[in-house]
Design a protein around this ligand. Sequence first.
Ligand code: FCB
Length: 453
Amino acid sequence: MNQKMSSQLSRKDFGNDFRWGTATASFQIEGAVKEDGRGLSIWDTFSRIPGKIKNNDNADVACNFYHLYENDLALAAQLGFKEFRFSISWSRILPAGTGNINRKGIDFYNRLIDQCLQLKITPWITLYHWDLPQALEDRGGWKNREIVNWFQEYTELCTAEFGDRVRNWIILNEPMAVAGLGYTTGLHAPGKKGLFNFLPVVHHLSLCQAEGGRTVRRNVPGAYIGTAVSCSFVKPYTGSLRDKMAAKRADALLNRLFIEPALGLGYPADAFSYLNNIEKYMQPDDREKLQFDFDFIGIQNYFSVVVKHSWLKPVLWLAEVPASRRNAPATAMGWEIDPEGMYQILQQFSKYKGIKDIIVSENGAAFKDVLSNGQIEDSERTAFFQQYLYNILRAKQDGVNVKGYLAWSLTDNFEWAEGYAARFGLVHIDFDTQERTVKNSGKWFADFLNAEK
Ligand code: FCB
């Protein structure tokens, strides 16, 4: 990667209509978990179980965004971002998941949206960013097909309340993480383990992804509708046929599983025959119901993945070869820094005929930040952003229809099972005092975005 070229990036290279913003998620920032009638989510429950979250952290306060949103939006504006992505906490507006509406929860999102508009920042709503109401988990959560109706009720409410001012909608955030981490390995809430959960959860997520799109389309005239998928460019460890086949299986799971049914291509069982078993959960007409004509697809790419064949891992028959074992550069999460992988994955997605626009709806990096003399000199993070942006620009110049970039994240926050240990923000938070300090990477963005065109 050419470091010199990436540090000379200019905003105008991306064009005047390219959209620049930051992305956040309700549970990771809001705090105020017991205020104003909010119901419990699966993450409240999960983070109370000792040993599930690093340092046994919880998100009871998090960034206190529920109270400090004006301050944080002002910071976003100061850094030059014109788009702000946030998610709705389902249990804040429907404490039991369905039924009774909590007006105070709706009022919060109205204040947040109005404050964005006041600052000339465009709001983007994510409907589901992992914080399922606990009351719905108690009824089977994503394993229960009833969730399609529950999600519909929730989406109807969101569109009715916010659709007059919000045009940009993301239906699901990284459904693969929900199915894989939440219901199969149990590393995320609700902490369910077992392969038998995987396929029904995948199918119900896919159905909601499309049904959610249809509901927003019906209710919000002129909406710009997308869904956000995690993706990683997958490389085989060696050139052996076995490793290549392993890479194809990993690619099917990591990159194709949720986009292909939406495009009408069905589940990618051609590369991973185990997926044929999903037929068990299919009802007549489901294949059609899985399709939705999204206006954009949100690509969330943080790292690339190298895999090899492994006899030790039944079903998948593959193992990841982590960056540390290959002496590859990595972030504090151990995620391989591979800017070229961003270019490759954008190319891969742009080959689908049915994809119209692409928005990079998350990208960013955690590093060990040190606050010293009121400064955070996070040059590694700045270089990360520059190199990834450089590759997004290359892809755009090579014909990929990428229309925007949302950095993860505006501030440090509650990083799921990593608690507060992993810091992804452009703005540092002291979680004892809630003091905000713009990191040097944030200052770089401000210079980049606020430069004269
Ligand atoms: C993504 C999640 C987001 C955050 C980043 C680091 O997978 O969507 O909430 O955790 O990773």
